[in-house]
Design a protein around this ligand. Structure first.
Ligand SMILES: Cc1cc2nc3c(=O)[nH]c(=O)nc-3n(C[C@H](O)[C@H](O)[C@H](O)COP(=O)(O)OP(=O)(O)OC[C@H]3O[C@@H](n4cnc5c(N)ncnc54)[C@H](O)[C@@H]3O)c2cc1C
Length: 496
């Protein structure tokens, strides 16, 4: 599905716009008249049966047209609403001019992993939400597709086969440990290695990448993209030790006092799934989304010809929740052959935290959305296998602490949903192990590590960031946190 690496000649329509641009005659009106470019995608019927990436990426023609829609605003509200402050008009102007390597260089100043963020960042509630084009055309859908352009610039380099390895300063002789290899840990490791420190990442799983490898499915984020970022890190000299559980294999104190690390960054994520706490959750056929997705992605259960990892095959599945994790689980279940997949959510589509694009893709793939509904118990047979789910109907009441209207149960509305498996995707929290074995680290009531504005924890020389600090958040926020803590560690080590 990859597009050819060689450049395509611009068509007459793009040439005309570029000529105007070159002569300084491309007006705001011209830019606003360019139609928003749709992202080509795999046909829904075909993709139900494969794990290939759904969104196919812009052609060069589309990318340049989309880039020419950007008004290059002086005040650039998009930059202020990007969590890592990317120079968005800057990288887009380079695409419009056909200078893709330069565009990527602008992106990489603020974002180490644009091919990843271009695919999974919730741009519609960040940079694109404040885009002047969207506001001028009175429709958020018509904002410049910043994420798709970011992906385009990053993919041009990937398709060329080049692997850009950032320069590393001379060795300082100081060692830093990074716990966890998700986006927070990888971003911290990159910035620490650039400074010349010897970095070791300790990862509990057998493969690095965190949620980007074990949680987000291949059809949204191809694993070779994450693999390339990890390869670049290794070429910078970062050592990755997998199957290493900090807190069990070694304590944080051991790393600092016995193993010679001068500082530690914790980016251990929020990998502990929450459950509903309703009768029947222990029946055979009830899973957390984490387990289901880990079996499919990390353990490659979907790859029936090459892996013999068991995964529960069901005919009628219910997925509980309304976030990205729920969408990923439901869409994976479709690909694993479930005949009917219900997405059960106790509010309405408007309150769902999942990305709009993911909801649309799930619907196209046949996922049936059941709003204003939530289970009260899961039913099983004498062999303890799921046979159905009892649900209540809901209406919406006043807004709750999250600002969304709260679900209110309708008394007497009990009804049955005929399913033979249930996937619970109602959120994750931090795993207690690392924190139980290191009581020096202060945590919040919800079990998240408390840090100061530099990313430092209550333990000397120990920093933290990403989901373990923020609670389940986003890839870009985790990266930003990793970079902030790395900058603090770099300062600390420079002073010694
Ligand atoms: C299914 C799913 C879909 C998502 N979709 C999106 C999306 O579309 N867009 C988006 O922006 N965000 C999405 N998110 C959220 C995003 O993936 C997370 O916010 C992000 O990965 C957090 O990064 P992190 O580095 O803090 O932790 P993680 O990515 O969770 O990585 C933590 C790593 O630490 C390891 N670890 C944990 N404890 C230890 C230990 N004691 N010793 C050694 N290693 C340890 C874990 O094995 C893991 O590999 C999704 C999350 C899930 C679960």
């Amino acid at each position: 599905m990859n597009r050819p690496a060689e450049f395509e000649a611009p068509t007459a329509s793009v040439r005309g716009l570029l000529e105007k641009l070159g002569e300084g005659r491309l007006s705001v009106r011209d830019r606003l008249a360019i139609p928003p470019q749709e992202m080509p995608a795999q046909d829904p019927a075909a993709r139900r049966g494969n794990m290939d990436e759904v969104a196919l990426g812009y052609s060069e023609e589309q990318a340049r047209l989309e880039a020419l829609r950007c008004l290059q605003c002086k005040n650039a509200p998009c930059i202020a609403s990007c969590p890592v402050g990317i120079d968005i008009p800057g990288f887009i102007a380079e695409i419009a001019a056909g200078r893709y390597a330069e565009s990527l260089a602008v992106l990489k100043k603020s974002n180490l992993f644009p091919a990843i963020c271009g695919r999974v960042c919730p741009q519609e509630v960040q940079c694109q939400a404040t885009c002047t084009v969207g506001k001028s055309l009175k429709s958020l859908d018509k904002a410049v597709s910043i994420g798709r352009l970011e992906r385009f610039a990053a993919d041009r380099e990937r398709e060329s086969g080049r692997l850009e390895v950032p320069a590393v300063k001379p060795a300082t002789g100081k060692r830093v440990a990074v716990v966890g290899s998700g986006p927070a840990g990888l971003a911290a490791a990159a910035d620490l290695a650039k400074e010349g420190h010897a970095v070791t990442i300790f990862e509990a799983f057998h493969k690095p990448g965190g949620v980007m490898i074990y949680g987000i499915p291949e059809f949204r984020l191809p694993k070779d993209i994450v693999g390339r970022e990890i390869e670049a890190l290794e070429q910078m000299g970062v050592e990755i030790r997998t199957n290493f559980l900090v807190g069990r294999t070694r304590s944080l104190k051991d790393l600092l006092d016995r193993d010679g690390f001068a500082a530690v960054f914790i980016g251990s994520g929020a990998g502990l799934p929450k459950f509903m706490d309703i009768p029947g959750e222990n029946l055979i056929g009830v899973f957390s989304a984490n387990e289901y997705l880990t079996r499919s992605n990390l353990m490659r259960a979907y790859d029936l010809q090459h892996a013999d990892t068991p995964i529960f095959k069901a005919k009628r599945m219910a997925v509980l929740g309304g976030g990205n994790v729920a969408m990923d689980a439901a869409r994976t279940a479709v690909r694993m052959g479930a005949e009917k997949v219900f997405l059960v959510y106790r509010r309405t589509e408007r309150e769902m935290p999942a990305r709009v694009e993911e909801v649309a893709h799930a619907r196209e793939e046949g996922v049936v959305f059941r709003f204003l509904e939530s289970p009260t118990r899961i039913l099983g047979d004498e062999r303890k296998r799921v046979t159905g789910m009892e649900c209540l109907s809901y209406t919406l009441g006043d807004p709750d602490a999250s600002g969304r209207r709260s679900p209110v149960a309708v008394p007497g509305s009990e009804h049955l949903l005929d399913v033979d498996a249930v996937i619970v995707a109602i959120g994750n929290e931090s795993h207690p192990l690392l924190l139980q074995t290191n009581p020096e680290i202060a945590v919040s009531r919800r079990g998240n590590i408390i840090t100061d504005e530099t990313g430092k924890t209550s333990m000397d020389r120990v920093y933290a960031g990403g989901d373990i600090v923020l609670g389940a958040a986003t890839v870009i926020l985790a990266m930003g946190e990793g970079r902030r803590a790395a900058a603090s560690i770099n300062r600390l080590l420079a002073e010694e």
